[in-house]
Write a protein that binds this ligand. Structure first.
Ligand SMILES: [Fe+2]
Ligand SMILES: [Fe+2]
Length: 206
């Protein structure tokens, strides 16, 4: 148990403070940089910072859930999703730097909250744990879809990243469903949307 805690603590520190690596090539690696006005750049930066913060939260959620998942298959599914989320972390982080910014100052706060939620979801049992994963991925997917219409149309690099993430998140949702995810009650889904709104409005600005 102590070993697990130390490993997870280490993983948390790395998520927050070390650069993430991607096994796949970054989706924008062959996409040319576009000409952006200062305003467009700021807007794209804010949106990519929100996406980065979302990936930090995903790390914490899946980490918390994997800690408490009972079924080895469910644990494996969570680990696999978490692995791709690290890639998302790497892509958004690099894009933030290219746009001349830095990740959100609030990341440690959201990380801690998400870890607690992940552990709580995990303790409810695997079908709720997976239900939570599926709902999270659906909400993130819808969110990324909205960013595709909000990002400056010529910012093809950011758009390539968001489009690939969107595709990955839907796969994660399907995977959770296939492993027997339960449908979360509407009030829980509503609460999740509310906290996501709070997260997006704070990380867009700083
Ligand atoms: Fe992701
Ligand atoms: Fe995901």
């Amino acid at each position: 148990m102590l070993d697990t805690l130390i490993t997870e603590f280490d993983r948390g520190l790395r998520t927050l403070f070390a650069p993430a690596h991607s096994a796949r090539p970054h989706p924008d690696h062959q996409v040319a940089e576009a000409e952006l006005s200062q305003e467009e750049k700021q807007h794209a930066l804010g949106l990519m910072r929100v996406n980065h913060c979302g990936e930090v939260c995903a790390q914490a959620l899946y980490q918390g859930q994997a800690l408490t998942a009972r079924d080895p298959a469910a644990r494996e599914a969570l680990r696999h999703a978490a692995f791709e989320e690290v890639e998302h972390l790497a892509w958004t982080e690099q894009r933030i730097r290219e746009l001349g910014g830095r990740p959100s100052l609030f990341n440690p706060l959201w990380y801690t909250g998400s870890l607690a939620i992940g552990v709580a979801a995990g303790m409810l049992g695997d079908k709720w744990n997976l239900g939570f994963l599926e709902e999270t991925e659906h909400q993130v997917g819808a969110h990324l879809q909205s960013h595709l219409s909000e990002l400056p149309s010529q910012d093809a690099r950011s758009r390539a990243i968001v489009a690939q993430m969107h595709e990955d998140e839907l796969k994660h949702a399907d995977m959770a469903h296939a492993f027997g995810a339960a449908k979360l009650p509407a009030p829980v889904r509503g609460m999740m949307k509310l906290s996501a709104r709070l997260m997006t409005s704070t990380s867009y600005r700083a």
